[in-house]
Design a protein around this ligand. Structure first.
Ligand code: BEZ
Length: 211
């Protein structure tokens, strides 16, 4: 069955480039990003892994642990990491799961047979500190991901988990936000004493809280 938003992220143990990991215990109180790539030693994947490694500080600042996965074995990941460091100018600095028996890939529905019977698609799951799935996105093998977008969504997820707000299209950290549709004006007065701008009764805008 397809994993849906709000579902518990399935727990698992797996071999990784940084040793054996029990997923939930490894996450601890952190947020998590679990992402799959189709195959080691392939061009788009090489750029993606280097890009994620360069963003490690940005994930750390947000209290997010990142973990990669493909159906290649760990020893293949380890050999490939040399190429990633050489070609992307950045060593891989997060664990990569070797999943040749597809245990984790099947748990998370990362193999889409109409795309490929043998390779994982480019899945991204963001997991909250409550171990629930907050975001899932699927990209085809031919399209490298924009990991700045993943960070942007995490900013929104973290903000909206603290305040009764939503973030508009193309929002980025620091931009104005929207009062959640379920919040009445009476409730909003207590939550946002600094006030807001009513563009329409259902569209109430205010500066990002907590800054
Ligand atoms: C790539 O990373 O370039 C790639 C991997 C698998 C299939 C197609 C492209």
């Amino acid at each position: 069955m397809t994993l849906q938003l709000g579902d518990l992220a399935p727990d698992f143990t797996a071999e990784t480039t940084q040793g054996s990991i029990a997923f939930h215990a490894w996450l601890g109180d952190s947020w998590g990003v679990l992402f799959s790539h189709p195959k080691d030693f392939t061009p788009v994947c090489t750029t993606e892994l280097g890009t994620v490694a360069k963003l490690k500080g940005d994930f750390d600042r947000r209290n997010v642990k990142v973990i990669g996965l493909s159906v290649d074995p760990v020893d293949s990941h380890v050999r490939w990491e040399e190429d990633i460091a050489e070609t992307q100018g950045q060593a891989v600095n997060f664990p990569m799961i070797g999943d040749p028996d597809r245990k984790v890939a099947d748990l998370y529905g990362m193999i889409h047979p109409n795309a490929s019977d043998t390779m994982t698609v480019r899945s991204v799951f963001v997991v909250g500190p409550d171990k629930k799935i907050k975001l899932s996105i699927t990209y085809p093998a031919s399209t490298g991901r924009n990991f700045d977008e993943i960070l942007r969504v995490i900013d929104s997820l973290q903000l909206t988990s603290k305040f009764s707000v939503a973030t508009p299209a193309n929002w980025k950290d620091g931009d104005d936000v929207i009062i959640g549709a379920a919040v009445t004006d009476e409730e909003a007065k207590a939550k946002f004493p600094g006030g807001w701008t009513t563009v329409k009764p259902y569209l109430r805008v205010l500066p990002q809280p907590g800054r």
